[in-house]
Design a protein around this ligand. Structure first.
Ligand code: SF4
Length: 254
């Protein structure tokens, strides 16, 4: 990494963000996190859903005691295995992963929007249970860290290690952008990080239980998310604030 990255004053302009993205493109994830902490802590957040990539970052943040606000968007619809993993990680690292919950309970959502909204309008359900709570929990922060990888979706292939998040008005830092799934799993094994047992049962990507199904060996790892509903993203990582429906093809055209 260019040593001047850590020394220069940060103004947060588009040119500076683009320059930081270039500098940090091939830098180890630890150094990307160190850069983010130096620039933005304590107004620096990390939202995790306890997926494999998130666990790499959680390990790096928690084991090095980095001053990052770590939280999860608890939709109330995690698998029991995910809730158990959450508690196990807190015990292992001696941390609290802050729970961010929607304004509407599941009963209130059913009363207002009907039962099983995720089956009829998953975009609205994600908006209520993930996107709006994220927006509120990021208020007051200057930057947030995500665990996305470029090869996960067409949308994510467009991301930079450091970018301006237009939707939230923050800097977005993506330390694992160039990592492969194999590298993520090798890291987790090497550091004996607890993982979700559902990964061993055909669930490479795990979200809410109503919208997650197992995948076969020849499918994309995210094929089990919102299967058959034409949706690829919950809306947390969309560029320019667009919704998730049909974005794979849109990203490929542009
Ligand atoms: S993933 Fe499914 S259940 Fe979870 S918030 Fe989105 S639509 Fe609702």
């Amino acid at each position: 990494m260019d040593g001047s990255v850590a020394r220069r004053a940060w103004t947060g302009g588009p040119a500076e963000i683009a320059a930081a993205a270039r500098w940090l493109e091939d830098v180890p994830a630890e150094q990307v996190l160190d850069w983010a902490v130096a620039r933005f802590a304590p107004r620096l957040a990390f939202a995790t859903a306890f997926g494999p990539e998130g666990l790499v970052l959680l390990h790096l943040i928690a084991s090095r005691r980095l001053p990052v606000d770590v939280f999860t968007l608890d939709t109330g619809l995690f698998f029991p295995e995910t809730y158990a993993l959450w508690r196990r990680l807190e015990a292992r690292y001696g941390i609290t992963v802050r729970a961010v919950r929607p304004h509407l309970s599941l009963d209130e959502q059913a009363a207002r929007h009907g039962q099983a909204l995720w089956e009829r309008d998953p975009d609205r359900c994600c908006q209520i249970r993930k996107v709006d709570p994220l927006q509120e929990s990021l208020a007051g922060h200057r930057a947030w860290i995500t665990a996305i990888r470029r090869d996960q979706t067409g949308e994510r292939s467009l991301a930079a290690v450091v970018e301006h998040d237009l939707r939230h008005g923050l800097v977005k830092v993506n330390p694992l952008l160039g990592w492969s799934s194999a590298r993520v799993w090798a890291y987790l094994r090497e550091h004996e990080v607890p993982t979700n047992p559902l990964h061993g049962a055909g669930y490479p990507s795990i979200g809410c239980w109503p919208c997650t199904s197992p995948v076969s060996a020849d499918e994309n790892p995210r094929a089990g998310r919102w299967r058959g509903r034409g949706k690829t993203e919950c809306g947390l990582h969309l560029r320019d604030g667009r919704r998730g429906r049909g974005l794979e093809s849109e990203a490929e055209r542009s």
